[in-house]
Ligand binder design. Structure first.
Ligand code: ATP
Ligand code: MG
Length: 253
């Protein structure tokens, strides 16, 4: 899949959105609390004067209502969460970066989304379909550095696994247990493919503990799903290069 008009891309990408996952797929990932916004709440988040701060926020009925909904969801997740929407994370927000996406109060979540260009782009994109952003709070799970992998599935087959770039941080245990890790990632990716019904998609997986000989698929989790598209970064693979999608496992050894 290469270029598409934004509406067609929205229809194509929709099955990857967190709100669209079948229950069986959700069971492979982190606990998630979707917070559906109404039109007024979406407008307040996109265009409201959030710069006036939390004291103003609590005095504005729309924002106060939204803060209340977020508070309830945060409580269900134990008081802290990873913040994103059903489409993407606001990882370009400086505040999000400082906290690695972790929030323990609803106002922080609003500020991170509001200052993210990705959030505004996606909100405008969703509008093409008359849809609204869904704030998606997820159980906070610290993912060990270097243990995130992008698994590329084309026509139902895993055609490559790339470690998420680590800025040169090497993990000797990954090198030592590469065969075990690769085989577990392949099993888990096949399960994600089966449960999602998506035969062209990019699954982000992580290990919850350091690689070891006794690891099982229970040590893996699905982080999220991305569309198979030029807009998705294939990291160590270049789909434009003939035969580059060779099924290999690529990581910094
Ligand atoms: N529940 C979580 N707890 C802690 N960190 C998380 C959690 N979920 C995701 N992360 C971290 O945040 C990063 C971005 O999250 P996510 O993949 O959900 O958003 P994204 O914007 O779609 O990312 P990408 O652009 O890489 O596809 C992940 O690669 C992971 O490092
Ligand atoms: Mg993504």
């Amino acid at each position: 899949m290469t270029r598409l008009d934004p509406r067609a891309f929205l229809a194509y990408a929709r099955p990857t959105f967190l709100t669209e996952w079948p229950e069986a797929l959700k069971a492979l990932s982190f606990k998630t609390e979707p917070v559906y916004l109404n039109v007024a709440e979406s407008l307040a988040l996109r265009k409201g004067p959030l710069w006036k701060g939390p004291v103003w926020g609590r005095s504005d009925p729309v924002v106060a209502g939204l803060l209340g909904k977020l508070h309830e969801s945060l409580d269900k997740l134990g008081g802290q969460a990873f913040v994103r929407t059903h489409t993407r994370s606001p990882k370009d927000s400086p505040f999000f970066r400082r906290q690695a996406g972790r929030v323990d109060d609803p106002w922080t979540a609003l500020v991170m989304l509001h200052e993210s260009r990705r959030f505004h782009e996606d909100a405008a994109w969703l509008e093409l379909d008359g849809a609204l952003p869904v704030i998606t709070l997820r159980e906070w799970v610290p993912i060990p550095t270097g243990l995130e992998f992008r698994c590329l599935v084309q026509n139902g087959e895993c055609v490559g696994i790339s470690q998420r770039p680590t800025d040169g941080v090497r993990n000797p245990r990954l090198d030592q247990h590469a065969v075990t890790v690769q085989s577990l990632l392949l099993v888990f990716t096949a399960e994600c493919t089966r449960r999602s019904g998506l035969h062209n998609a990019v699954f982000d997986l992580c290990l919850l503990r350091q690689p070891a000989a006794d690891m099982t698929v229970g040590d893996l989790r699905l982080i999220e799903v991305n569309p198979w598209h030029t807009a998705t970064d294939f990291y160590a693979f270049d789909p434009a290069r003939p035969n580059d999608l060779d099924g290999s496992f690529r990581f910094d050894a």
